[in-house]
Design a protein around this ligand. Sequence first.
Ligand SMILES: [Zn+2]
Length: 627
Amino acid sequence: MLTQFGVPWPAPQQLSFSFVPDGTLVAGNQPSDLFSLLNDASGAGDWQAAVMQALQTWAANANVNFVMVPDGGEPLGAPGLAQADSRFGDIRFAAAPLSPDVLALGTPFSPAAGTLAGDIVLNSNYQFGEGSNAQYDVFSVALHEVGHVLGVPDSTDPSSAMYSQYLGVRGGLTPADVAAVDAVFGVRPLDTSNQTIASPTLLSVRGVSNVAVVDAQLAAATDTHFYQYPVVDGEYATIVLHTAGVSLVEPQLTVYDGLGNVVGTAVSSGPNGADLVVHVHNPTGNPRLLIDVSSATGSVFGAGAYRLVVASGSYVPTNLLKAPPGNAHSDGGEIDDSGGGGGTYVGGEVDDGGEQGRTAKYSYSLQSILASPADVRYAHFTVPAAIGSGPLTLTATVWASQSGAASPVVSVYDGGGTLVPSEVLENENGTYSLQIVGVVPGAVYTVAVAAANPAGSTAVGSYHLAVNFGAAAAVLTPYASGTLTAAASQDFQVLNVNSSQYFHFLFSATSAATSGASVAVRMTIYDALGNVVQSLVDQAGSAVSTTLLLEPGTYLFRFAAGMQGNGMLADTNYQLQGTPLSDPIGPLPIKPITNLPPPPPPPFVFSSPVIPFYLVFLSLNDQYGKP
Ligand SMILES: [Zn+2]
């Protein structure tokens, strides 16, 4: 199983993106150098416009919207919300020196990817610019990787933006590219009911200011919508077309009196333009205004969502100028933190993710504190309606709010108080995530949060909890397994990586040891030079994970079991599962192209070691001894 594609974002009509500041950690201690790589004499404007062009090329062809947000510079993959984290965009653009076989990496949405989902890393060992004079065209590379972020896999068609190698400057998407993204998110709904001035939508008004609010979208650059707003003689009216934080659409606003005379216009200045505002002083004898929202451009920026707000008087209330509610589970409600499930719930702030105007009611989230090592916090939530025809998958993620604080774990109980079986997806870096496939729509469940190790030094502190629902589960593939015994307490596996990838590994062990005897297994990953890439210890009965950017090469995985005290090691099974999280575009040299290259080799292969020559690099004396 390769990288999992086709999993939709929870709230695809409100996808945010950000450009990480230089110095942001990309993988391990590698700092991003995006701005120093791409900025030219005129600054960041050109390449950011090229990236927005790539984003919007997809958005013009599918039911998704993109908005630009600031980026706080937290490391890529930092614990947090996979979508609508207020610190950075859902999609984060970064750059770092990568191995020569990749131009860029993109990570599609996956419940196993954490906040790494959506992130795009350019290889700063190459030169990027705009157009065919550049070594590599930013728009064309971003177009490919944004396709992956939207769940579209590679294509074998050389004319596709999703062809796995760079073949020069792209003009746009092929029909098959469009069909692929529409299979994930659907097409933009086209409202034909109000496309002429003779058939306007009658706005319903409320309050003393006769406020009307409409959330709609231009389905294409040729789309247009008319609205009718009631006015009285001599009164002012204010019309605001709000797009900042809603989409990258470039609209125009035209206001007519009841006789069809234009009485006000405003035109967007760009994809991140300010709201369009028209003030009208209504003349005598005119009972209505007609408002036309249309595209200001025939380009891909002609499609996207908007919010239209109209009010009597000289302004509209600014609290109405926000993004429409999240679309995936807009009636999801909020976590009930009133307690139950055998414990008490004190404190904890209910947070529906609406900060910064980006609503995210697709999920439940809250922040609370483990006040003592034995503390267990419970919260109830209601499962939303089914999405599609398949089983509904719940993902519950809990993470420590500060580093060094509690390492929390989460478990889920049904309405009868019975623990619901779950699969661990992530247990690393202070984050613990599980999924349950087949939760019951409309049912009430309880989540319990407790310290991973109540006896440990990090058993108290504040945490975040997020619960999401989706139609697709994360798939972790079994990579390796074996039995460690007193006679053979270590085992080896080899991973051959042919193309740079973010990998997510989940490692677990179970032991036949009698209860009370503590068995642990250490997994150590070595590169071909014998350097330790990662080392993890798993206490039998639990699971731990790690997320790594692995460059091409051969990696040795060593599994070594140990037992606390001096007893003989009981038979202990270990299992390694995982998934690649990202997908690259290769840097094929171009122009002229006479023969297409052969398809690339499989990105990675697991095997049993043929010759244990790596063992000469290993100390055989570091077997895990004291769990
Ligand atoms: Zn690709």
